[in-house]
Write a protein that binds this ligand. Structure first.
Ligand code: FE2
Length: 426
């Protein structure tokens, strides 16, 4: 018989096993049958899914919750979004960015989203976004891991001070090197930006996460350069390619050569299905392309693929909730991942696979790991993706940071017994 600070009893883990979880301090002290144990706080998770926390590998926290400021994106395109963000960032303040970001972090925590990789714009001589996000990273540290990517939004070469400002941002403590080769003026400059930014990462021992080929142009092939530079500089396993949407329209023979190169370089891929389905294909009539990269084909090559959120109520996307299950739900549909093991994998893609992309330490429901988890009102991962259910309890680093009362209220339909429930496992 053991004594814990927190004991979560009777839950079903994502692999289907039933286990109690005992927490001491900020660490998972025991996982298994802990009957007879006591704890200061006990959470009954019988019949509920107990998962490691959600992880978002791609977000823009400096822009979030700014929808409509100063205007909305009328065309709905990536390029108008970038122009609109340019208007906003010149007029906004550090304090406004901090306030919006902290509000979003509250949403995230309530949904069990406890680790976020956010790109932060470094094309601003005042580095307002960098200053704001570094402050946010410190303030949320006790309950949310925020990883920042130096992102030269207006182009590493296209913007005259982007190089100097990106280096300044890294000096200030931004964690990861980003880029946007498809937005440079030419393909050649795009290639050169990938090379230069990877060299900066290699010199400084940093991870890389580049917006790459976020276009419908089948000839946008910066992912090939990213794979080449990764190998040349020995960055294997430390580089992510975000979006990769052009791959949806690339020639099939070319892709059959490209995917093994990505696998060989151990590059991870981060499609962002809510945004890709909305922004891409805007220049098409019909047939209209879906705009998502080749997820199942990358899986078949052993490439790690995570689902990212990208945007919530900002110049590029007017909706969004911060719920990674919304992201998994959309990704499942657009990628047609409808076999049971594929639906199940969509849940892993917003938990364990995203955690691997971020190189998170101590992640997962095992003894000795960080005591962070979420209790969901669902029976298993597929049901969680289907229902996007209530997060009944969220524990971060050994503290209960969010709870929601179980909603047992029954729906009453005329002429039906009063017991309609959406859960199949309840
Ligand atoms: Fe992005």
């Amino acid at each position: 018989m053991a004594e814990f600070d927190i004991l979560v009893t009777g839950g079903t883990l994502p692999d289907g096993t039933r286990a109690d979880i005992g927490i001491t301090g900020a660490t998972i002290a025991a996982v298994g049958d802990l009957s007879g144990s006591t704890a200061g706080t006990e959470i009954d998770a019988t019949g509920d899914l107990v998962s490691p926390p959600f992880v978002d590998p791609h977000f823009h926290m400096d822009a979030t919750l700014s929808y409509g400021t100063p205007r909305i994106n009328a065309s709905g395109t990536l390029l108008e979004g970038i122009a609109l963000w340019g208007e906003l960032k010149s007029s906004t303040t550090v304090d406004a960015m901090v306030d919006r970001a902290l509000a979003y972090c509250d949403w995230a925590v309530s949904l069990g989203l406890l680790a976020i990789r956010s790109h932060v714009d470094t094309c601003d001589d005042e580095l307002k976004g960098v200053t704001a996000m570094l402050e946010v990273r410190e303030r949320v540290k006790p309950y949310l891991d925020l990883q920042l990517v130096a992102f030269p939004q207006d182009g590493f070469f296209r913007d005259p001070t982007a190089r100097a400002n990106t280096l300044r941002a890294l000096d200030m403590g931004v964690d990861v090197v980003g880029g946007i080769p498809h937005f440079e003026r030419t393909m050649d400059e795009g290639r050169a930006s990938v090379r230069a930014l990877c060299e900066i990462a290699a010199e400084r021992g940093l991870l890389v996460d580049m917006h790459c080929d976020e276009t419908d142009d089948p000839m946008s092939r910066h992912i090939e350069t990213l794979a080449y530079e990764t190998q040349r500089l020995g960055l294997n396993g430390r580089v992510a390619g975000s979006h990769l949407t052009s791959m949806h329209s690339m020639d099939n023979y070319y892709v059959s050569k490209l995917l093994p190169l990505i696998a060989e370089a151990e590059i991870t891929a981060i499609p962002n299905p809510l945004i890709n389905i909305v922004l891409q294909g805007r220049h098409d009539t019909f047939p209209k392309r879906r705009g998502l990269t080749r997820v199942k084909e990358m899986h078949a090559q052993g490439i790690t693929v995570g689902w990212g959120q990208d945007c919530v109520r900002d110049p590029w996307y007017s909706l969004g909730t911060g719920d990674m299950l919304d992201v998994a739900f959309m990704g499942l549909h657009v990628a047609q991942m409808t076999a049971p093991e594929e639906m199940r994998r969509c849940f892993d893609m917003v938990t364990t696979e995203n955690a691997a992309i971020l190189h998170l330490d101590g992640y997962g429901l095992a003894e000795g790991n960080t005591a962070s988890l979420v209790v969901l009102d669902a029976g298993d991962p597929i049901e969680a993706v289907r229902l996007r259910p209530d997060r009944l309890a969220v524990i971060s680093k050994g503290r209960v940071v969010s709870t929601k009362a179980r909603n047992d209220s029954q729906l009453t339909l005329e002429g039906r017994p009063p017991s309609v429930r959406r859960r199949h496992s309840a």
